[in-house]
Design a protein. Structure first.
Length: 385
């Protein structure tokens, strides 16, 4: 049943709103399509965020923002409330965004030519941050079973750690939707300590983990890790920017702060702070209702695929609003998949962009009202049936 207090079934027209997802379809796909690709949602921001921004707009001067310690304090309180982790607020850095921080982390914690580990299929900027900074991309592909459930290849990970100094972790994992368990995280941390490997953990999707899958912040078990997060995915404010980094070790924090400064990635601008503080301070119930709506959408996808496209392998994700669909049983090339989708009028992310293990897959964004989701699933059925 839809949540009666927060109506996520209302379809908002996003055309001509400077939306990469909607207004950028001709640039991205070359023709009009229903866009279900880039990871933003089709829901209005929470009322608490809209009210906070409107209140700030009443003051007509928008100059350089001051340092505001309340952001760190409010972020720490949010992490405790949502994830049972209360970090020291003084160890939290304000950043321009998580992706720029990924790039900065590669430069801060590795040297040119050194190997940096990722576990694909994975969000493409992880790989770009490594190769574009002249590091060697060390891939340790995830393992998947016949149901589409993914696990970490710990034997291969240990082998890679013999000659690497940095692991870039996606937690929860985009695009496969795994929320890593305590046992998996402990095994990863044990290996990292054994081989002196630093872990940078991008946890931008953490707030969207479903209730049956407890997200565990990596710093709870590895106080020498680097944590990256933001309100952007959780509250659909990616266009406003901003984020946080936590570095508990003073020497590592100094190193990361210096690199963020050289990259001009330190700090959050005025409206990023206003929106993030409102989200973390007042948005808990809204965001909890949103997670329930996503779970219902994820189950709805399973029902539609089981009935109409049973050869597609789909594992309901444990977090967020991204469906990772295995089309390999259809026997189609990635080019044929792309052509069929475009002919049907549907825009998805193609699997090869997520690195090794992505060929034959597509990623579908179901962070959208049920009516639009059903339209997209109908187009998917037309393209692949």
């Amino acid at each position: 049943m839809p949540n009666l207090e927060y109506d996520f079934n209302n379809c908002v027209d996003r055309i001509n709103s400077d939306s990469a997802k909607w207004d950028g379809v001709l640039w991205k796909f070359g023709k009009p399509v229903l866009p279900m690709w880039v990871a933003d949602m089709d829901f209005p921001a929470a009322d608490c965020i809209l009210s906070a921004i409107k209140n700030r707009l009443h003051h007509p001067v928008y100059g350089y923002p001051d340092h505001d310690e309340s952001v760190q304090n409010i972020a720490a309180t949010w992490l405790q409330k949502r994830h049972n982790w209360l970090p020291n607020a003084d160890d939290i850095l304000l950043i321009q965004g998580v992706v720029p921080a990924l790039y900065a982390a590669v430069r801060a914690f590795s040297e040119p030519g050194e190997r940096v580990i990722v576990m694909p299929p994975i969000y493409p900027p992880f790989m770009h941050a490594i190769t574009e900074n002249n590091r060697y991309l060390e891939t340790v592909p995830l393992l998947s079973d016949v149901s589409g459930f993914y696990t970490i290849d710990f034997d291969r990970l240990e082998s890679a750690m013999h000659h690497s100094k940095l692991l870039m972790l996606c937690s929860p994992h985009n695009p496969v939707g795994r929320t890593w368990t305590l046992a998996e995280l402990l095994s990863m941390v044990d290996l990292a300590k054994k081989y002196d490997v630093r872990i940078v953990s991008d946890e931008i999707h953490a707030d969207l983990s479903f209730e049956d899958y407890l997200h565990i912040p990596l710093p709870l078990i590895d106080d020498h890790s680097i944590f990256l997060g933001a309100a952007s995915k959780s509250f659909n404010i990616a266009g406003i920017g901003g984020g946080i980094a936590w570095v508990g070790d003073p020497l590592l924090r100094k190193r990361f702060t210096e690199e963020l400064g050289r990259s001009r990635n330190l700090g959050m601008h005025t409206f990023a702070k206003v929106a993030s503080k409102a989200a973390w301070r007042e948005g808990f119930e809204w965001q909890s209702a949103l997670r329930r709506y996503f779970m219902e959408n994820a189950q709805h996808i399973q029902q539609r695929l089981s009935a109409n496209l049973p050869h597609i392998i789909y594992q309901i994700p444990q977090s967020s609003y991204l469906a990772w669909l295995d089309l390999r049983a259809l026997g189609m090339t990635d080019t044929a998949i792309e052509q069929n989708l475009l002919q049907a009028g549907l825009g998805l992310n193609l699997g090869p962009s997520f690195g090794p293990g992505g060929s034959g897959y597509v990623r579908l964004n179901f962070g959208t009202p049920r009516k639009l989701l059903d339209q997209g699933l109908t187009l998917l059925e037309n393209a692949l049936s």
